[in-house]
Design a protein around this ligand. Structure first.
Ligand code: ZN
Ligand code: ZN
Length: 331
């Protein structure tokens, strides 16, 4: 439903961004449907935002009018806690200020990117390299950094075997980035339906998880498994795929707890971990890395009137691989 939202007046350290494209993330759907708790309606979602800076506050030094800019999942943090001071503000101990549905420092509820403009503190604004197609840059701000951060943290690279579970918005970026880092990438998808795509994105191997033989064939294989699926998986089967000191990192977010059989961790000294987006510096590093290597998400651009249909298609895994809203259709 179309409505009018208020943005705060430009503060001295704020930038005003005229939004061009906003990606549709699974989190947007979970949030508006109340899957993750109560929702401060009326709410505008969207945390994969790209556009052009049209105004800057008097003290802004990092950005200029005319710059291509991006905003991801957070727009502020306390800046004082241990994690903020060490450059991991995504793990702010007081909770980072999320791009939507968070209480901003002025007490208002933050509103996301399915809108024409946004006002953001300059420290939480990314530079989007010109070589990345505008519409394709949007999903990098959530799907891109959410997969880049654990791949970088757990040292995906030459000589490492990385498996990506699920080939959706997050998964397809994980494959592209891990392959660009030099890792040997395997996709674990329910079926082989997207095999050609997976190999085109840089995977060397592709297996169907519906086939029990997959879990036999790949036992003790991987240094790192990135699980992008937001439905429960059988943890014993997937942990069994890790070689010694391997780690399974979940970035998908099922609403219900995942039972972890501890004996599956004992063997091969395996780890089960989580990871949440990435810092602003790391997000910039990811954008620059992807620009240098010519990597970008596969997107389907839609008009604002098609958002509800797009949600249904995301829930049915019927998108290759990310919907991006052309915000000009809102003007
Ligand atoms: Zn997201
Ligand atoms: Zn903090």
């Amino acid at each position: 439903m179309r409505t009018t939202i208020e943005r705060r007046d430009l503060g001295p350290r704020d930038v005003l961004i005229e939004i061009r494209y906003a990606g549709i993330c699974h989190s947007d759907i979970h949030t508006v449907r109340g899957d993750w708790g109560s929702v401060p309606y009326p709410l505008t979602v969207g945390h994969e935002i790209v556009g052009r800076i049209t105004e800057v506050g008097a003290e802004v030094t990092r950005h200029a009018v005319g710059d291509r800019a991006g905003v991801g999942c957070m727009v502020n943090s306390c800046r004082e806690c241990e994690n903020c001071r060490s450059g991991s503000e995504q793990y702010c101990l007081k909770g980072n200020t999320q791009t939507y549905a968070s209480v901003d420092r002025d007490g208002t509820v933050t509103q996301g990117g399915y809108s024409t403009h946004v006002v953001v503190d300059e420290d939480f604004v990314l530079r989007v390299p010109e070589s990345i197609p505008y519409e394709a840059a949007a999903p990098m701000l959530c799907a891109g950094i959410t997969t880049y951060s654990p791949l970088a943290h757990w040292n995906a690279g030459p000589g490492k075997k990385v498996a990506v579970v699920g080939l959706g918005g997050l998964g397809h970026m994980a494959v592209k980035i891990a392959a660009a880092m030099g890792a040997e990438v395997t996709v674990l998808s329910q079926t082989l339906a997207k095999k050609d795509d997976g190999l085109r994105f840089g995977a060397e191997h592709y297996y169907a998880t519906k086939d029990p033989a997959t879990f036999e064939a790949l036992k003790n294989s991987f240094d790192l498994i990135i699980n992008t699926v937001s439905a429960p998986i059988d943890m014993a089967s997937y942990l069994g795929l890790l070689r010694r000191d391997g780690t399974l990192v979940s970035v998908g977010a099922p609403a219900e707890p995942l039972p972890v059989p501890v004996f599956a961790l004992f063997g091969n000294r395996r780890s089960f971990a989580g990871s949440s987006i990435g810092s602003i510096a790391e997000t910039q590093e990811m954008l620059d890395f992807c620009a240098e290597r010519g990597i970008a998400p596969e997107v389907e651009v839609i008009g604002a009137e098609a958002v509800n249909d797009a949600y249904e298609r995301v829930l049915a895994s019927d998108v290759r691989y990310r919907f991006v809203i052309d915000i000009d259709t809102l003007r």
